[in-house]
Write a protein that binds this ligand. Structure first.
Ligand code: ADP
Length: 710
């Protein structure tokens, strides 16, 4: 309250002035009226009472004043108190807003009617990344940043708020920095006249909490899937042995449902007779975990051997729990026994093997050899161990082995011949069938070789090679000579014809003009000359024909039945004259030279007719059959036969077994046949006993070399 200079309050001052003025007024009126006797008494009395009243009034005022003074004092004190309290409140407000803006939560109050924020704390800025100003200016911002998938939720919550129900929800928002955050919003509706007027609330960033929950969920899911899908039996139990959970693999191993397993006591699962059991349990209680092999019971009380791992841990509630993993190893044990068995068998095989077995590490140092290998190289197994492959080789071996040593590292299996030098210095050749040994990572870890002694084969091969080379040389020489001979035969026979023709025509002239004019002897000589020049002509013609075989024609498909028909037709006169019986089976089609084949057939038929037994009709049976890749032709007659001594000679040119007087001929027919058959890559021979007929055989390949399949 304001005070004047004398320290009184304005109220006291104004009351005092009022009283003073009232008194002055009464005195003035009295003074004025005291000089006048005309005023009635009543008026004086009135004045008197007014004056008294004034006094009383003054009195009352004084009392009032003192009470006002008291009040003013109290008020002053109250005011001071109030001022103190206001300062306290201000401080509290300041503190509060400091806290309000510092806490991680964001606070907000929104007027629903004006759709404007009334208040928003700085905490919101941290959560959303937008400034408080942004929210004040855009009242929809809070909705715009919500993840589209979560907006539906907001519609529902708005409905709740409109009904006056407070809400608590969590959803995703896009922070201004574009990251997605999880927030939790608690909002309280403020209703006015039954309508939602204001919403006040708290926002929290719960991203970390959500992530942690997700991690927890993930690990729970992982743990579950691990537990459910594990191939090993897994059980969770209390320290007293009561089983709480069993996975499907455990159910399968024990042949029981999870419920049944959870009802089993330790004694029902474990074979307490197992001596290792106590020791294992002791280790587990001392170290918290243990691994080992134990006997377990299936639900049907059959015993099985299992690998077991067990550990003690504390669950989320701090309770002791035991995890037991059981792996049935019955099959493995069986397999191990079988392996041991087959290991034994394998050893026997290896030791009795006829091949050397040599195993090397990746650096080609010997790690294993069997007896045979030791015998081959004349070293003991101990002497061979750790020795490098090349230790057993000379220069040649090393040079041959070097590239293959490199190749082996690339994982190729190979077969090769390598020379070694034995302990006594003998040079041997071996065949190595090698394969790389790979480790579990597929890397080269060494090599295994099956080794065979091929020294004899190699020596034979060398010999064969040498003789093949000389044979080849001789063959070439022979071919060259043959060609020369053929050329010579051709040239000779061709050139001989000319002088022969002249000789024989002059001899004929001589005979015509001087026959009977000279003496008898001269006539005989002329006859001889004519006769031998005629034979000479035939010989030369035959020789010429022989040299021409196969030189003119192209190979073609030859129907032997047709050829046979033609030959028989050509030889009709000779056949009829001699009353020969010729039986030809069905003959094949072959690939060859038709003229030559015709000549071949013709020569053989002529011979069969010619060399018949005297007084007998010629008989010839012709057949062909396929044996292997060759057609075997046979011409079997019932003629005079051939002594075994001459079976080969008869195929040589101009070789005859008879005189011309006995049988006509120049001795070239069969050599023709031989040449023709050889031209067709076949062979010709005779089987015959003198006086008992002959069978001439020849072969012709089903397919001529170089002939393409059609
Ligand atoms: P050529 O018939 O002109 O004497 P070949 O070369 O055809 O000449 O025969 C050579 C010899 O083989 C004949 O002289 C004959 O002694 C003997 N020879 C050939 N074919 C037969 C046969 N079918 N039976 C008996 N001997 C034969």
């Amino acid at each position: 309250m304001e005070n004047n200079k004398s320290g009184e309050s304005i109220i006291q001052y104004s009351i005092r002035i009022q009283l003073m003025l009232n008194k002055l007024l009464v005195q003035q009126v009295q003074n004025h009226l005291g000089h006048s006797t005309t005023l009635p008494m009543a008026f004086n009395a009135l004045l008197e009472s007014i004056s008294v009243s004034f006094d009383r009034y003054e009195d009352t005022i004084k009392r009032l004043e003192s009470s006002v003074n008291n009040c003013t004092n109290e008020l002053g004190q109250l005011n001071e108190k109030l001022q103190d309290e206001t300062a306290g409140l201000k401080q509290a407000h300041y503190e509060l807003s400091r806290i309000f803006n510092q806490v991680n939560e964001g606070f907000f109050a929104k007027d629903i009617i004006t759709d404007k924020y009334i208040q928003m704390s700085v905490g919101c800025e941290k959560i959303y990344g937008y400034s408080v100003e942004d929210f004040y200016t855009n009242s929809l911002l809070w909705f715009q940043v919500i993840h589209p998938d979560d907006r539906l939720l907001i519609d529902k919550e708005n409905e709740q708020l409109n009904k006056g129900i407070q809400i608590k929800s969590s959803y995703r928002i896009f922070h201004k920095d574009t990251t997605t955050r999880w927030i939790e919003v608690k909002a309280v509706p403020v209703m006015v006249d039954g309508r939602l007027a204001r919403v006040e609330g708290v926002v929290n960033d719960i991203t970390e909490q959500k992530n942690a929950e997700k991690l927890l969920m993930d690990s729970e899911v992982k743990y579950r899937s691990f537990f459910e899908n594990n191939m090993d039996g897994m059980m969770l139990s209390k320290p007293d042995g009561a089983i709480l959970e069993a996975n499907p693999a455990a159910c399968e191993i024990f042949g029981a449902t999870e419920e049944e397993i959870c009802g089993y006591s330790r004694a029902e699962l474990l074979d307490f007779a197992e001596p290792a059991l106590l020791n294992l349990m002791e280790i587990r209680s001392r170290t918290g975990k243990v691994k080992g092999e134990l006997n377990f019971f299936r639900s049907d009380r059959t015993i099985f051997r299992a690998e077991m791992a067990s550990s003690i841990f504390k669950d989320a509630n701090g309770e002791d729990r035991t995890c037991v993993i059981v792996r049935d190893i019955t099959d493995r044990k069986k397999a191990e026994e079988q392996i041991a068995d087959s290991e034994q068998r394998y050893r026997q095989i290896v030791e009795t093997a006829q091949e050397g077995i040599w195993m090397m590490d990746k650096n080609y140092h010997t790690v294993f050899t069997n007896k045979k290998m030791c015998n081959l190289l004349e070293y003991s197994e101990g002497e061979m161990l750790d020795k490098h492959l090349t230790f057993f080789m000379g220069e040649q071996g090393r040079a041959l082995a070097a590239p293959s040593i490199e190749r082996r590292k690339t994982g190729i299996s190979e077969n090769m011949d390598l020379p070694f030098i034995t302990k006594s210095g003998k040079h041997i050749w071996t065949n190595l069938s090698t394969s790389p040994l790979l480790n579990n990572e597929g890397q080269f870890a060494g090599g295994l070789a099956m080794v065979t002694d091929i020294t004899k084969r190699k020596t034979d091969e060398e010999l064969i090679k040498k003789s093949a080379a000389s044979l080849d040389l001789k063959n070439k020489e022979l071919k060259r000579k043959n060609t020369e001979l053929e050329q010579f035969a051709y040239v000779a026979s061709h050139d001989l014809q000319e002088p022969l023709r002249t000789t024989s025509s002059f001899v004929q002239l001589l005979q015509q003009q001087y026959k009977g004019k000279l003496d008898e002897k001269a006539d005989k000589y002329l006859e001889f000359i004519v006769d031998s020049s005629d034979r000479m002509k035939v010989l030369i013609k035959d020789l010429l024909d022989y040299s021409k075989i196969g030189s003119k024609y192209e190979q073609e498909r030859v129907d032997c039945n047709q050829v046979m028909k033609n030959v028989i037709a050509d030889l009709n006169k000779a056949i009829t004259d001699s009353a020969a019986i010729i039986i030809a089976d069905n003959l094949p089609s072959i690939s060859g030279y038709v003229t030559e084949i015709k000549q071949l057939f013709q020569n053989l038929i002529i011979n069969a007719i010619k060399f018949r037994k005297p007084g007998e009709e010629p008989y010839l049976k012709i057949s062909a059959n396929l044996t292997g890749n060759y057609w075997h032709f046979s011409f079997a007659d019932k003629g005079i036969g051939i002594d075994k001594a001459h079976h080969e000679r008869i195929f040589i040119i101009f070789q005859r077994l008879h005189t011309r007087t006995e049988f006509e001929g120049s001795g070239i027919g069969l050599s023709h046949c031989k040449k023709i058959v050889e031209l067709h890559h076949g062979k010709i021979w005779v089987e015959s006993v003198q006086g008992r007929g002959s069978i001439f055989y020849f072969t012709i390949p089903e397919k001529m070399p170089g002939e393409r399949r059609v």
